[in-house]
Design a protein around this ligand. Structure first.
Ligand code: CFM
Length: 538
């Protein structure tokens, strides 16, 4: 494995090699946690898998909110390529009628050359007026793209005026694509705006007989959050709000009434989990609903945190019932999958989460990496105090959150248990913590931060994985090399993959991907090296 790594780094110029070496860790179980460099600038010229700040804000966190109209202030291309391709699903319900489902629509100011020269503020104000007149939305988001920051349009001033004029929230997101080093910056900006303007602005009263949770960092890709909510509801929890899969501003406003926050994707939403803890005292728990073993652990952790015997018993009943239903199906596909290896390159959570599901199938992830995660997502939250802030991260404002004078309560009060009982639970359940990917990797496996096209290609050639998990930009590289590839962002056209039903779907799709006869018809490049003329147009 070390030779493979050395060979991969060999063609790099010295400076690039020095840089990339810090982003690659080969796990040595003898060492403590090995440090990895993350959340720093991509080397210019390298074909990265990363996206931009606008993508992280509009595409990831804000876009899925179904009853808010999200206007992209910028060129039509930015809007078009962030429209629907992430497969975050939404549907009408009691709170959000069909005429308020805007997820399938695309709104953009379509900035043209004269707007760039003379400014786009008037165009934006006019568009907000038109949108209000035509759709009567409950609230509007305006997301900035690169040129908006460059020409200096004052988004805050336009949205403030529009908000006063129309009497609805019109929120500005200064998420110009170039801000920060990746989409991660956009997550943070979106978290800040939602926390300051939406969460806690409702006046719902909590029903004391209910145990209320929020599901944070779950975006309902392919229907994932519907499946997770099904399981949570079965046990008897009420889900107040989801950030932001199939979510509505109406539900989000009252998320402060929850007893507990459940954090699925740590990277994109840890800011709100922490800010809600600081402002309201609501504790948060990292969960993972990808993979049967991971789901069981998450459900048991949640039940433990409630300290309620009924939830603890109901949890075991649901697990037993669901396992009886899904395990025979998974076992059928496990026979095909067992012993196979995989690479997993996804954004900031899934490269870790899916290792549980693959382990359920007897598969091992030999190379894993995040596109834009931070060191804590690899090494665990204990490293946060040691992470250096650089000019890029200082660009994103940190909100100064104070305890709410009326609503703040201690964590044990939110959970309706004594302080002693809470402390005892904390010794067993990792509340407010995330251990990161590192502890779950096997010795000798590789972790690669911000892996690029060249490195992925070299590793496929040398390690020949049985399956390659990535996104739409990289999957075809692997497939042209004869290696089946699946998108772990959009799930191609499948899903859900979360929850018990998701685990069955995933097992079926993975087994199908590896056994389809199509791969026999492809000769991988390393088997026809002699034919290589060096002509890139061949
Ligand atoms: Fe969180 Fe996500 Fe991910 Fe992410 Fe994303 Fe995504 Fe992702 Mo694509 S919020 S970090 S910015 S789990 S869109 S639903 S799949 S890169 S690993």
């Amino acid at each position: 494995n070390q030779e493979v790594l050395d060979e991969m780094l060999l063609p790099y110029p010295d400076k690039v090699k020095k840089n990339r070496t810090k982003h690659i860790v080969r796990k040595n179980p003898e060492e403590g946690c090995q440090q990895i460099e993350a959340n720093t600038r991509t080397v210019p010229g390298i074909i990265s898998q990363r996206g931009c700040c606008y993508a992280g804000c509009k595409g990831v966190v804000i876009g899925p909110i179904k009853d808010m109209i999200t206007i992209t202030h910028g060129p039509v291309g930015c809007a078009y390529y962030s429209w629907g391709t992430r497969r975050n699903k939404a549907r009408a319900d009691d709170i959000t009628p069909p005429e308020h489902i805007y997820g399938a629509m695309c709104f953009v100011t379509d900035m043209q050359e004269p707007d760039i020269v003379f400014g786009g503020e008037k165009k934006l104000a006019k568009m907000i007026d038109e949108v209000v007149e035509m759709f009567h939305p409950r609230a509007i988001n305006v997301c900035a793209t690169c040129p908006i920051g460059l020409i200096g349009d004052d988004l805050g001033a336009v949205t403030k005026k529009a908000s006063e004029k129309h009497g609805i929230p019109v929120l500005a997101y200064n998420c110009e694509g170039y801000k920060g080093v990746s989409q991660s910056a956009g997550h943070h900006i979106a978290n800040n705006v939602l926390m300051e303007n939406v969460i806690g602005s409702g006046d719902a009263e909590k029903n004391p007989s209910e145990f209320v949770v929020n599901l944070l960092g779950e975006y309902n890709i392919g229907g994932d959050s519907w499946e997770i909510e099904r399981i949570l509801n079965d046990i008897g929890y009420r889900v107040q709000g989801v950030l932001t899969g199939d979510s509505s501003v109406e539900e989000m406003k009252n998320m402060h009434i929850a007893n507990l926050n459940l954090v699925m994707c740590h990277r994109s939403i840890n800011y709100i989990a922490e800010m809600m803890e600081e402002k309201y005292g609501i504790p948060w728990l990292k969960i993972n609903f990808i993979g049967v073993e991971a789901i069981k652990k998450s459900l048991r952790d949640i039940a433990q945190v409630t300290g309620d015997e009924t939830f603890i018993r109901k949890t075991e009943e649901v697990i037993a019932r669901e396992e009886a239903r899904v395990l025979p199906v998974i076992e059928h596909f496990r026979k095909i999958c067992t012993g196979k290896t995989a690479f997993a390159f996804v954004g900031g959570s899934r490269s870790h989460h899916y290792q549980y599901l693959l382990r359920d199938l007897g598969m091992e992830v030999v190379v894993a990496g995040y596109e834009f995660a931070h060191r804590d997502d690899y090494e665990g939250r204990q490293v946060i105090p040691t992470i250096k802030t650089d000019a890029d991260s200082k660009n994103i404002p940190e909100l100064d959150i104070k305890p709410d004078p009326e609503l703040y309560k201690e964590a044990h009060e939110h959970l309706n248990i004594t302080k002693e009982k809470f402390d005892e639970i904390c010794s067993r359940v990792p509340l407010g913590n995330y251990e990161g990917m590192y502890p779950d990797m096997n010795g000798g496996t590789l972790m690669i931060d911000d892996c690029n096209h060249y490195e992925a290609e070299q590793l496929v050639k040398d390690l020949k994985p049985d399956l390659f998990f990535a996104g739409v930009r990289d999957k075809y590289i692997a497939q042209k090399m004869g290696v089946p590839a699946k998108q772990l962002h959009s799930y191609d056209y499948s899903g859900p993959y979360a929850g018990f039903n998701g685990a069955m779907n995933f097992a079926r799709d993975v087994a199908n991907a590896m056994t389809t006869p199509a791969w026999k018809f492809i000769t991988p490049p390393w088997e026809k090296e002699s034919e290589n003329t060096g002509d890139t147009n061949a």
